[in-house]
Write a protein that binds this ligand. Structure first.
Ligand SMILES: O=C(O)CCC(=O)C(=O)O
Length: 250
């Protein structure tokens, strides 16, 4: 089952473009990725918007996009049908042999994801549980290829990459799910925003239901200890009725 919203395009870049990018990437100073105290084998660099791996959230004001990435972002934007500026977050990752990325969905603050692969090919796996059934899908990310994660591929499916066999680089562009950063048409086509609102409302309803249930329990407990008609404690009411029943009838 192919995830809805997943688009794959081989040869998004040509070989000359890949070679030029490889030179730039070879000069780039990559930063370590640390999650819960563990340093990942792959390394990263963020442009446009920074990212906090511990909190899984974007942080504004990262380094500006370098000139050599501008045409690549334009190509990615053209591929995804968005304006280049909408691809506000750019993540460049270096996967040495053996480096991988675990199962995850991209942070909800991001919208559409466009990925570009360079160097070694990589196997990207998808999984989703629906109606008690596990669905899976696999995609070979060839060098110079591009992919889009939108719709369910972005929100309902998780993905991960198997360990790289040789050096691989990926450049990932992401829109931000904030008004003014994503085109209205794209936001409408991406159901993940609506899904997030729906789950927030569902969560709120569960809290309200919980509070109501607690109030009902409290009222029941109060009604059991007190005679609601006389507001006397139940024991006092029992004593009162036994006094009434034991008194001689006239
Ligand atoms: O390297 C890739 O193409 C995938 C990157 C990815 O899944 C991520 O950074 O969330």
């Amino acid at each position: 089952m192919t995830p809805e919203g997943l688009v794959y395009r081989p040869e998004l870049l040509n070989e000359a473009e890949e070679r030029a990018l490889f030179d730039e990437l070879g000069r780039l100073d990559f930063h370590e990725i640390r999650m819960r105290g563990v340093v990942a084998k792959r390394a990263a660099r963020h442009f446009g918007v920074d990212y906090d791996y511990e909190r899984r959230s974007p942080v504004q004001a990262a380094e500006p996009i370098p000139a050599w990435l501008v045409p690549v972002r334009e190509r990615a934007a053209e591929f995804a049908g968005v304006e280049a500026e909408e691809l506000a977050e750019i993540l460049v990752q270096r996967y040495p042999p053996g480096a991988q990325i675990g199962w995850h969905r991209d942070a909800p603050a991001f919208g559409v994801v466009v990925g570009i692969s360079l160097g070694s090919s990589a196997r990207m796996r998808f999984r989703r549980d629906k109606g008690g059934v596990r669905h899976t899908f696999e995609l070979e990310l060839e060098p110079r290829s591009g992919y889009i994660l939108a719709g369910e591929a972005r929100t309902a499916w998780q993905h991960h990459l198997l360990p790289a066999k040789a050096l691989r680089y990926s450049i990932t562009f992401r829109t931000l799910r904030r008004p003014g950063h994503a085109r209205p048409g794209l936001m409408a086509a991406d159901p993940s925003a609506a899904l997030d609102h729906a789950s927030a409302i569902r969560g709120l309803l569960w809290i309200v239901a919980g509070v109501l249930a607690a109030v009902e329990l409290l009222l029941n407990a109060t009604a059991q200890s007190y005679d609601v008609r006389t507001a006397l404690p139940a024991r006092a009411n029992a004593q009162a009725s036994s006094i009434v029943s034991s008194s001689p009838s006239s």
